[in-house]
Design a protein around this ligand. Structure first.
Ligand code: 1DX
Length: 199
């Protein structure tokens, strides 16, 4: 994955646990020879997986906890690292954003040819719930998607609940997430000015 991902992990760890914790995690992942991650360099996925594994041991958190926290962090991190426009153009509301995730990755892939984008399909139900199907060449990143959805909920001031309801690593065909929007005044504020719901 692009170095941007490893940089985001580094930033999240140093912000919440300090520089020394990050150095210990980097050593434990056997990456002490890497001084810094370059945003635009594609690194083996193994590097990212080793960082996550080392972080679980160093911080005493589970794999799922780290990946969810990282997914949530990714939304604000990319917004602050030059991709706010990319996020903005993907949707003005959470449901719209989820419909256009493949579009977002297609646009990113134009500039970054080594991107291996996941693919998402969103189905909307009448009761303000959605089912999001996630497909990826990569294994084991589904917990990050739960975190990404919570991060998007914050971005759009749209309180939500997320449940993963199908698991590829348990033999299901895809990873599937149930997203329920919790109606309240905040979510009204996230609608366009004319108060209409865009698809
Ligand atoms: F719900 O692969 C909301 O390297 C979502 O299965 C999900 O293959 C937002 F400069 C620049 C660059 C760089 C911008 F080239 C990535 F470095 C991409 C910015 C997406 C914002 C995907 C990162 C593939 C790297 C992958 C989980 C799970 C997708 C990470 C989250 C918005 C992003 O992202 C999987 C790679 C960007 C860039 C976004 C991703 C690769 C996502 C989301 N993915 C690199």
């Amino acid at each position: 994955m692009y170095g941007l991902v490893n940089r985001a992990i580094q930033q999240m760890v140093t912000t919440h646990h300090g520089e020394e914790a990050w150095q210990r995690i980097k050593d434990r992942a056997d990456l002490q020879d890497i001084d810094f991650f370059s945003t635009y360099q594609a690194y083996p996925d193994d590097v990212t997986h080793r960082l996550v594994a080392a972080a679980t041991e160093e911080l005493g958190l589970t794999d799922d906890q780290i990946m969810q926290a990282f997914g949530e962090y990714w939304i604000t991190y990319t917004a602050s690292e030059g991709y706010e426009q990319l996020l903005e153009s993907t949707g003005e509301t959470l449901p719209e954003f989820l419909d256009h995730l493949d579009n977002l990755h297609a646009r990113a892939a134009v500039t970054f040819p080594d991107l291996q984008p996941p693919s998402f399909r969103c189905e909307h139900s009448a009761d303000a719930s959605m089912q999001l199907e996630y497909r990826s060449k990569r294994r084991g990143l589904a917990p990050m998607v739960t975190g990404l959805l919570h991060g998007l909920g914050k971005r759009f001031h749209t309180p939500l609940e997320v449940d993963q309801i199908a698991f590829r690593d348990r033999g299901d065909a895809t990873d599937l997430f149930q997203v329920r929007l919790c109606p309240d005044s905040d979510s009204v504020a996230a609608l366009p000015d004319d108060g209409t719901k865009s698809e």
